[in-house]
Design a protein around this ligand. Structure first.
Ligand code: SF4
Length: 279
């Protein structure tokens, strides 16, 4: 059994909050480049260039790439041979979020749903913990902006809706979202499981590097077909027209109940932020 002091987790979460908000992944920058090669709208092209420039400034000056620095969503893969010492895991993560948002000058965006009073330190974080084999802890911090999260949905399709039903709903969701989620977007799709698991699958699918293939060939084809149709909608970068409405569609799927067909669409804006560390 390996002992890990939760203070290390606080330090990592603090750093990951700042890093995720200021340093856009190389895979996203490369996806911008690929989109620029295809974008026919002059305005769309200009916006894509500005998004790259924005990412460069954010990284070099270590400032947030967007004013909405998001809800701190934290994925923890906890090795079953790890014994956490020195405190409570949840509180250690919250403390890392507090410090990261304070020290990184990141906007605190979390409030009471009724009074809208700000909690003041961007906590609580949303924590998804999974027990895995091994003696390591993997932490991924994925700040999620409100604009794109607001456009996300879970729907319980009927089994007879089939793959065509998925295509119809995803396309309709992107179309209705328009410019609200700050396109170009990444469309995370969760299929199967239960109501809540479908939503988690959709969110987890966003962690896959852009430009990578889905290991399931059938889903890979579905991702390609959906992306092709989405980019015919003409919404374009920032909703001002063009063919780059989305950079990618990512799908995760699992079995579901014989009577159910859950589908979740988690839309991610171009500020595709996530960073990870292994302790
Ligand atoms: S949707 Fe994304 S890019 Fe738009 S304001 Fe929110 S975090 Fe920023």
């Amino acid at each position: 059994m390996r002992e890990i002091n939760v203070k290390l987790i606080t330090e990592e979460v603090r750093e990951l909050c700042m890093e995720a908000n200021t340093n856009l992944g190389e895979d996203v920058l490369q996806a911008f480049d690929r989109a620029m090669e295809k974008e026919e709208s002059p305005l769309g092209l200009e916006i894509l260039k500005e998004l790259k420039e924005n990412a460069r400034i954010a990284k070099e000056e270590r400032v947030a790439m967007c004013q909405d620095t998001g809800f701190a969503v934290v994925f923890v893969e906890l090795g079953q041979d790890v014994h956490l010492i020195g405190g409570d895991l949840k509180e250690a993560i919250f403390e890392g979020v507090r410090q990261g948002y304070q020290d990184g000058y990141l906007r605190k965006s979390i409030c009471h749903p009724f009074t809208r009073a700000n909690t003041g330190d961007n906590t609580p974080a949303i924590i998804h913990t999974e027990i895995v084999s091994g003696d390591e802890v993997k932490i991924t911090v994925a700040p999620k902006g409100g604009g794109s999260e607001n456009m996300s949905r879970v729907i319980m399709l009927t089994p007879s809706d089939g793959v065509e039903g998925i295509k119809r709903y995803v396309l309709q969701r992107v179309k209705e979202s328009g410019s609200n989620p700050c396109p170009p977007t990444i469309v995370g799709v969760g299929i199967g499981g239960t109501f809540e698991e479908a939503a988690l699958l959709a969110k987890k699918s966003l962690l896959r590097p852009l430009g990578s293939k889905n290991p399931d060939l059938e889903l890979d084809q579905l991702e390609f077909d959906l992306l092709t149709e989405i980019n015919k909608l003409g919404i374009g970068p920032q909703g001002l027209g063009g063919r780059t409405t989305s950079l990618a569609v990512h799908i995760l799927m699992m079995p579901c109940h014989i009577a159910s067909f859950p589908l979740a669409v988690n839309i991610q804006c171009h500020a595709q932020r996530h960073k990870e560390a292994i302790i």
